[in-house]
Design a protein around this ligand. Sequence first.
Ligand SMILES: Cc1cc2nc3c(=O)[nH]c(=O)nc-3n(C[C@H](O)[C@H](O)[C@H](O)COP(=O)(O)OP(=O)(O)OC[C@H]3O[C@@H](n4cnc5c(N)ncnc54)[C@H](O)[C@@H]3O)c2cc1C
Ligand code: FES
Length: 326
Amino acid sequence: MASFMITTNNSSIPRIQVGKVHSLTQLCEEHYRLTIQVPNLREALPGQFVHLCAPANDDSPYRIVENKDDTHHEGWATQCRTPMLRRAFSIAGIVTTPDGILVDVIFRVVGKATRWMASLVPGDPVSLLAPLGNSFPISSTRKKAWLIAGGVGLPPMLWLAQAMNNKEKQATLFYGAQSSHLLALDLDHDTHCSPDASQAVLSSPSLAASNVPVVISTDDGSVGLHGHIGAAIEAHFASVAPDPDDLVMYTCGPERMMRFVADFCSARNIECYVCVERAMACGTGTCQSCVVAIRDDTDSQGWRYKLCCAEGPVFNAKTVVWDTVL
Ligand SMILES: Cc1cc2nc3c(=O)[nH]c(=O)nc-3n(C[C@H](O)[C@H](O)[C@H](O)COP(=O)(O)OP(=O)(O)OC[C@H]3O[C@@H](n4cnc5c(N)ncnc54)[C@H](O)[C@@H]3O)c2cc1C
Ligand code: FES
């Protein structure tokens, strides 16, 4: 989905609606892009997420399947095709069409819900609670943005890249993956791992409309720079020497990586925002299951828990108390 567009409509609060699968595309060995068509959606911004499950009718998430299972003492096991609770997915892009609004999510198959999502076909119903959470602040003064994604932290960065282009910012995407077969991004040309960060800037057809170059690293060196994305950031920073006062960094991915980016920015006085992911039950601030420790000088212990779903998932990196997070 190429163009960035913030949608508007007549609903003022996030609400549950049943959309239908527009398309499902496999991006690499374990990642898929799922595009869901919904009739309308409250205005949404990069950083926000959707909460997904199967609709509660004949395609109920509690649908029971009795499988023959000789290992079970009764000779059968009860299974649900989809889980009881919704799952959170960052919005990777939104486009308005005459037929409705197309919402993109990109997911890696890791468990029951994502296995169900990978089995969907066009026309299948999907229950969607959206849009949820806050969004990435976009600086009115700083002209450069580095977007740092690790693994399934990529989707919100793709939408943010489009937003940056719309705001005429100079964005660069840094994307770290374990290996080329787990890279959820298409590249214009094949590249071999390069020891030179300045040679490692690539382009992706998915980001062509946003005009955002990509620096890739893989843990096994199968594409892009060999090693951790943190090393790529350090090398690129040394190579292009950006003015810290003109730069904002945004990051989403494994917390170890986000902490590295937060420390990197803190040491250089660069503004930085992290998109934190927590296992979520309700997604709407009720169950209190998704806490993140955030500095708060008004609290006697100097920090308090905030809810990732309702007060996040985007936080200023310097406010996150990482030691209670990890
Ligand atoms: C705000 C937000 C945005 C997200 N965006 C995306 C996205 O764009 N793409 C994507 O693929 N995933 C995303 N996730 C993670 C996704 O919601 C979970 O991986 C989800 O649990 C998958 O459901 P499942 O039933 O397939 O796997 P589950 O059976 O629920 O989980 C499989 C494994 O992943 C672990 N796990 C579950 N949730 C998390 C989490 N939040 N952080 C770390 N480990 C977890 C579980 O402990 C378990 O080991 C996001 C999560 C949040 C909170
Ligand atoms: S998921 Fe229930 S409060 Fe955040």
